[in-house]
Design a protein around this ligand. Structure first.
Ligand code: PLP
Length: 393
């Protein structure tokens, strides 16, 4: 028996697919919306209409299912449509547990749409296994949702412990693993039933595709409902976007590893910077979630972090004003939302999340890219100095 191929090899070769007809090593982009029916009225190709399925999805879905160790995967029009499909596949009246600190738009959707639709949503401190356990309503809780590490404070949740809590209650455990990526964490190995990715971010990796994906540990009833929801709502990925997603996934491992190495190096340097109040990064030994992260993340801690910028009370400079000034002064870092691209992005998170955000006003979120780490540090260092200097001028 041949030894199984490593994920790096599977990703680089997109499962080694070659087109039978042309011998092309890259898949074509299929634009067809409809497929020929057999003369005897059958659809033996299995394809009818592209709102249900498309040949463009075969490879990104098969590859992602392999990388995550799942039974099946589905690509979606966005991370949000992938995530919301997991909840819509439940029934009104079901109780779900979600983190207080999580991706902002999904939290808003849960607080508004999902609640109006009839889900009972409870937000807990998901970094605390005890808080998750205490929130379970026996017989009513149907899903526990985690995001780890979680935007924008990078709180870490214990996937294995929460999976046991969910399964004891007869509920599913779903994990938004966008920022961990399969490079560092494979939630299904830790007991998760569903893995969600904003494929817009690291999987596609170049800030040019909006896409989402789900991986199911089993092809069960809940999974079949999710598949039906995508087909009925038409939250499908476009043909070009599918191609770009697969193209991005081929370089997932070297991209994400380089970015995570940069992040680890930057985190230690910034932690020692006199104008930085705190660095929030799971890879720092002093960080609250470090122990759990070290258990469930292998080979790196991701490339997302946040810094809290010091103010200067004597100069009447608040931490918030200093943080916004730092974002204004960077050059190499790009002042923009989103994450997971090859270029580094910086964002004052409280401004974009608005009222109710868990982000402190002095917090800047950093999506570390694959540039030279020295360039990234030097740019932040000069921006921190300039922010403080400007105020004294
Ligand atoms: C971006 C993001 C999402 C939403 O993905 P979209 O593709 O923007 O819909 C969900 N979760 C996390 C952690 C994200 O970063």
């Amino acid at each position: 028996m041949k030894p199984p191929l490593s994920p790096e090899t599977l990703a680089a070769q997109a499962l080694g697919w070659v087109d039978e007809t042309t011998r092309a090593v890259v898949p074509p982009i299929h634009l067809a919306t409809t497929y020929l029916r057999d003369p005897d009225n059958q659809y033996r190709s299995g394809r009818v209409y592209s709102r249900a399925d498309s040949p463009n999805y075969n490879q990104p879905e098969e590859l992602l299912a392999k990388l995550e160790g799942g039974a099946a995967a589905l690509v979606f029009s966005s991370g949000m449509s992938a995530a919301t499909a997991c909840f819509l596949a439940l029934a009104p009246g079901d109780h779900v547990i979600a983190p207080k600190v999580m991706y902002w738009s999904l939290r808003n959707w849960l607080m508004n749409f999902a609640t109006h639709w009839g889900l009972l949503v409870e937000f807990v401190d998901a970094a605390s296994v005890e808080a998750v356990r205490a929130a379970v309503m026996p017989g009513k809780t149907k899903m526990i949702w985690l995001e780890t590490p979680a935007n924008p404070l990078w709180c870490v949740s214990d996937i294995a412990a929460c999976a046991r809590i969910a399964h004891d209650a007869g509920a599913l455990l779903a994990v938004d693993s966008t920022c961990a990526t399969p490079v560092f964490t494979r939630p299904i190995e830790h007991g998760a039933d569903l893995v969600m990715h904003a494929a817009t971010k690291y999987l596609a990796g170049h800030s040019d595709v909006i896409a989402g994906a789900l991986v199911g540990a089993r092809d069960d009833e809940h999974w079949k409902r999710i598949r039906l929801i995508r087909a009925q709502l038409g939250t499908i990925l476009g043909s070009l976007e599918s191609f770009l997603l697969l193209r991005g996934m081929r370089t997932l491992y070297p991209r994400v590893r380089t970015a995570a190495e940069n992040a680890q190096w930057l985190a230690s340097r910034l932690a020692a910077h006199p104008l930085v109040e705190a660095v929030l990064f799971p890879g720092l030994p002093g960080f609250a979630g470090h122990q759990v992260a070290a258990q469930q993340m292998a080979g790196g801690f991701g490339a997302m972090m946040s810094i809290r910028v010091k103010g200067a009370p004597a100069l009447n400079l608040s931490g918030e004003a200093a943080a916004i000034a730092v974002a204004a002064q960077v050059g190499v870092w790009k002042r923009a939302t989103s994450l997971g691209g090859v270029e580094s992005l910086i964002e004052h998170r409280a401004s974009i999340e608005g009222a109710g955000t868990p982000a402190p006003a002095d917090l800047l979120r950093l999506s570390v890219g694959i540039e030279a780490k020295e360039d990234l540090y030097a740019d932040l260092d000069q921006a921190l100095a300039a922010a403080h200097r400007r105020n004294t001028a």
